[in-house]
Design a protein around this ligand. Structure first.
Ligand SMILES: [Zn+2]
Length: 268
């Protein structure tokens, strides 16, 4: 009788442990990665570079979920807390190089007017990335793929346009046909829509606590700024607007204003 009870409790514990961890992003402590840090009871708040960090409450355990910027040096990274600082180790990761030849010179060497336009657009997007709104959830919800399609690991690639080095690729490219549906990977609020110089038609969704998703190069936007969106709801259609070599979805994820690998939000 007791044995049976113990086994059923153990079975329950295994199931609950699995469901707890299934919702957390994968821990990958590299530039462009994510650190999932269990917090002791005494830690009330965690900050990195004066920014708030996302906290997920998984039943009784709290986790700080840190986005590690792509330009983070290898070595020890320190997080401030209300007690002792937390130190984590950042490991190297060999991102691939990508050499692209773009025919439209405007995208390689933009004019002053185009650069001004781009600077304004970048500021709007950075304001969104550095925002920190309260979340409607206690435990970070799980994310689904925003569109169908096979993809390779394109996040973090060092990019050269016609031989000139540019910023590393800050999202994941999913090749897909024009007109294919793009859905919200999790619930959130549409915080920005626009037609941008490099990114083309773009939607940004705020999922709360500094977690923002971004969808670029759309052929059509089907949501409005300020709108609440549920996981799986259509936000737009795949396209090839902006600086692209072919139709695909560029899916970006930003956490505490750090662009991180979207694959870490999907179940491996
Ligand atoms: Zn891309």
């Amino acid at each position: 009788m007791l044995k049976k009870y113990v086994y059923s409790v153990m079975g329950f514990m295994l199931i609950s442990l699995q469901s707890i961890h299934a919702e957390l992003p994968q821990d990958s402590r590299r530039p462009g990665g994510i650190a999932v840090i269990p917090l002791g009871q005494e830690i009330k708040n965690v900050r990195f570079n004066q920014q708030n960090i996302l906290i997920s409450n998984e039943n009784t355990q709290r986790y700080a979920i840190l986005g590690i910027p792509l330009n983070t040096p290898i070595g020890t990274l320190k997080l401030e807390t209300n007690t002792q600082p937390i130190q984590i180790k950042i490991k190297p990761y060999a991102y691939a190089e990508q050499h692209i030849n773009v025919k439209n010179q405007d995208y390689v060497n933009p004019s002053d007017a185009q650069l001004t336009r781009y600077a304004n657009e970048a500021k709007v997007q950075n304001d969104v990335y550095s925002s920190f709104t309260p979340s409607t959830w206690q435990a970070l919800p799980h994310f689904i793929r925003p569109t169908l399609g096979q993809f390779s690991n394109s996040f973090g690639r060092k990019r050269f346009f016609n031989g000139e080095e540019r910023a590393p690729h800050s999202g994941l490219d999913i090749p897909a046909p024009i007109g294919q549906k793009v859905v919200a990977p999790a619930d959130g609020i549409v915080v920005q829509t626009g037609d941008y110089f490099f990114n083309g038609k773009t939607v940004l969704i705020d999922h709360g606590q500094g977690l923002i998703s971004m969808f670029c190069h759309l052929s059509k936007i089907e949501v409005k700024q300020g709108q609440h969106i549920r996981q799986g709801e259509v936000l737009g259609l795949v396209g090839k607007t902006g600086r692209v070599t072919g139709p695909h979805l560029h899916w970006g994820m930003s956490l505490n204003n750090a662009r991180v690998d979207p694959q870490l939000f999907l179940r491996p």
